[in-house]
Structures are given as structure tokens and as C-alpha cells.
Design a protein around this ligand. Structure first.
Ligand code: SAH
Ligand code: SF4
Length: 392
């Protein structure tokens, strides 16, 4: 039983919807503070983190190195609750995709991409996205809500469990995490930082700073706060060599133009204690929109003295996007021109195509408060009508 003072002290950790403390989403600092609030020493936090994230414990009953008394006290006030897996699909190429139900009846998607010794998990941070990039199917659905830290780290926990890898001496499947699923991570700052801290912490998943990557479309004020709380790798969704085109593709550029975004990345890297870290520049190539040789040259000029590597992503079509995939020739030509200017340039291969797991194909279930998805669907109906009129 907790004393009235302890009851008050744990209030900041309680999830309003359940009245319980969800241990799954507590970073090491918060776990330590929670145990301090109930009169327990810091090593309890380490024990519980290990039980959950190293051994996959689903309840305090499993935590046999914790006294029965403490377990009984905890059972009344805590839970270990991840999202619910609605579906899990395996692609012929080894990619695995989950649709996970989160609180409020919505769902998000998570994708695991194996590549030799590496296994990258693409994690969602929000249900939908408010930023409405013109080529992104998540953006087309509008925004519903932020995920909690437990819902974000819960994707990693569930993925690892699906490979039976949260056991002593078992192979580690998730070696890398990219915050590139649904949502804009920097618009859900505190929850994403807590979850990334659990990924990084040795009592969590112990993944190195170079193997956890946050991708942002450019929320500059939040980016300016990032180095104070984490040291993960950074990717930015650039997609255009100038503000005019980027305003169209990535509307947040109207608020925070390219020059401000690049400066914020430089500042982030300069704040990190280690040198030689570079920003990954993501550039989704869309046929006839941003894939010409002139645009490749303009991009090379723009990034001339910006420490980066470039990742080209051929556009992945989705119904009624209004955009097309570039030809393989156009992709090669774009890559070659950038390489001739001494950039390191990779082309992201499409994985999990047969299970709709490629970039920009993640949809989940979003009940859009802003009605954007309704407008989008209406537009789709209208475009179909126009096509029918044309073909008649
Ligand atoms: N909101 C963040 C992270 C999620 S999007 C961001 O925008 O960076 C992850 C990456 O997928 C981004 O670079 C995004 O631009 C890209 N993407 C979105 N839709 C795509 C599509 N249809 N085809 C290819 N890449 C896409
Ligand atoms: Fe949101 Fe990223 Fe999609 Fe843009 S590309 S709408 S920021 S998820």
C-alpha cells in the first residue's frame, strides 16, 4: 500500500486513460524518479528496465528478483501495455509489417527491414500527420493524435518479441531504428525523446547513437532543442533544391525555409561532442517534378558546403497521389550527377512492396479531425469522374 504522500508523488507518471503507470514507456530517468516516489532505490529502475526491455516481461509477476511485497504494491498501480497487433504480414523479401492498434481506436504501421546483419525498424510517432506533404499518403489522411512513449517504444518491444529475441542470449533482430514511419517526430517531441532514450539506454535496447535516426521534414524550433536531450542521428526530408518547389511539396517550408533548416542541422551536429557526424538528406524523386539534371545540379550547389550524405528515394505511388515513379534511368542520372560533385549518394531500394510496406505507403487507420482525408477522398472521386469523362 502506498502512503498518501507516495500516492501524490506518483501522479505525474499516471496515464489518465487507465489510472495506471505504464512502465513500458518510462525512460531510465523517469523510471528512477517513479521508484524514488515510492521509496525505492535507483537499482529497482534498472532491474525493471531489464525485465521489460531485455527479457520481454509482460507483468510484474515475472520479476522474480523483486520482493513479493513490492510486486504486490506494484500490481495495484502499474501495467506493461503495448499497442495491440491487428495484423502482421511477411514479405517475400523478409520485410515484416504490422498494423498496430493504439488508444482511441486508431492504428499505426511499423515495418521491419532485414539487410544482412542489420535489421532496421521503421517506427511511427503519430497517428496521421498534420504537415500534409503533397506526395505522402500519411499526410493525406490528416492528423489524429500523438503516440505516447509506451506506444512508440512498444513498437520496438513488439517487433523484437515477434522474433523471440527478448530472451537471454538470443540473436538481436532490431539493430537500427529509424523514426520514419507515420507522423512527424519533432511535433511529438517529448514522447519521441523518451522513447529514443529507451532505445539508446543500456538497460533498454542499447542501440548506438549512429543506429537511431530521427527524420524530420523541418520543424526548426524543435530541431533547435534536440541536442540538449539526445545525440541520435539526423535525417531531413529535403526533396527540392529551392524554396519555391519545396514550398509546394513540403508546406512547412513556407514557415521554415531551406536556409534555416540547414543551419539548424549544422547547429545540431556542432552541439554533439563527437565529430564526423553528418546529416542524411532524403530526397524523394518524383517523375517530372524534381528529378531533372538541372535540379540535380542545383541540389549539388545548394549542399556544396553542407556536411551530408544523400539518400534518394524513388517515389512510391499510392492511389490518386497525382504523382508518378521516376524511371530507373532518371534515378541513375540524378545519382551520377551528385556523385560527380563528390557526394555520397545511396538509392533506397523498395522493400516490402508486396505488403504495401514501402516509404509513403503507410496508412493505418486515421479518423481525421480536420476533414482533410474527406476532402482528399472527394478529390479522388472527382478525379475518377474526370477520367471517365475523358475516356468516354
Ligand atoms: N515526417 C518525417 C518522417 C516520416 S516520412 C519526415 O517527413 O521526414 C519518412 C520519409 O518517407 C520522408 O523522407 C518522406 O518524405 C518519405 N516519403 C513520404 N511519402 C513518400 C512516398 N510516397 N514515396 C517515397 N517516399 C516518401
Ligand atoms: Fe508528415 Fe513526413 Fe508525410 Fe510530410 S512526409 S506528411 S512530415 S509524415
Amino acid at each position: 500500500m502506498l502512503t498518501p504522500d507516495q500516492q501524490t508523488a506518483i501522479e505525474p507518471f499516471i496515464d489518465e486513460s487507465t489510472g495506471l503507470v505504464n512502465l513500458l514507456g518510462l525512460s531510465m530517468d523517469k523510471m528512477t524518479a517513479f521508484f524514488a516516489a515510492i521509496g525505492e532505490k535507483p537499482f529497482r529502475a534498472q532491474q525493471v528496465m531489464k525485465w521489460i526491455h531485455h527479457l520481454g516481461a509482460e507483468s510484474v509477476d515475472e520479476m522474480t528478483n523483486i520482493s513479493k511485497n513490492l510486486r504486490a504494491t506494484l500490481k495495484d498501480i502499474v501495467e506493461i501495455r503495448a499497442p495491440e497487433i491487428l495484423t502482421q504480414k511477411d514479405s517475400a523479401d523478409g520485410t515484416r509489417k504490422w498494423v498496430m492498434k493504439v488508444a482511441s481506436g486508431n492504428s499505426v504501421e511499423t515495418v521491419y527491414i532485414p539487410d544482412g546483419e542489420r535489421g532496421t525498424l521503421c517506427v511511427s510517432s503519430q497517428v496521421g500527420c498534420s504537415l500534409d506533404c503533397s506526395f505522402c499518403s500519411t499526410g493525406k489522411q490528416g492528423f489524429m493524435r500523438d503516440l505516447t512513449p509506451a506506444e512508440i517504444i512498444g513498437q520496438v518491444w513488439l517487433a523484437a518479441k515477434s522474433f523471440d529475441s527478448l530472451k537471454p542470449n538470443s540473436k538481436r533482430y532490431v539493430t537500427n531504428v529509424v523514426m520514419m514511419g507515420m507522423g512527424e517526430p519533432l511535433l511529438n517531441f517529448d514522447a519521441v525523446v523518451d522513447a529514443m532514450n529507451i532505445m539508446r539506454n543500456d538497460f533498454g535496447y542499447g542501440i548506438s547513437k549512429r543506429r537511431v535516426t530521427l527524420s524530420t521534414s523541418g520543424v526548426v524550433p524543435a530541431l533547435n532543442r534536440l541536442s540538449a536531450v539526445t545525440d541520435v542521428s539526423l535525417a531531413i526530408s529535403l526533396h527540392a533544391p529551392n524554396d519555391e518547389l519545396r514550398n509546394e511539396l513540403v508546406p512547412i517550408n513556407r514557415k521554415y525555409p531551406i536556409s534555416e533548416l540547414l543551419q539548424a542541422c549544422r547547429d545540431y551536429m556542432n552541439d554533439l561532442p563527437d565529430t564526423h557526424r553528418v546529416t542524411t538528406v532524403e530526397y524523394t524523386l518524383i517523375k517530372g517534378v524534381n528529378d531533372s539534371p538541372e535540379q540535380a545540379r542545383a541540389l549539388a550547389k545548394l549542399l556544396n558546403d553542407f556536411p551530408c550524405k544523400i539518400n534518394l528515394i524513388p517515389f512510391n505511388p499510392f492511389p490518386n497521389s497525382g504523382y508518378e515513379k521516376p524511371s530507373m534511368n532518371a534515378v541513375k542520372r540524378f545519382q551520377t550527377l551528385l556523385m560527380q560533385s563528390d557526394f555520397v549518394v545511396t538509392v533506397r531500394s523498395t522493400r516490402g512492396d508486396d505488403i504495401d510496406a514501402a516509404c509513403g505507403q503507410l496508412v493505418g487507420q486515421v479518423q481525421d479531425k480536420t476533414r482533410r482525408s474527406a476532402r482528399y477522398q472527394q478529390k479522388s472521386v472527382e478525379s475518377k469522374r474526370i477520367k471517365i469523362v475523358h475516356s468516354a
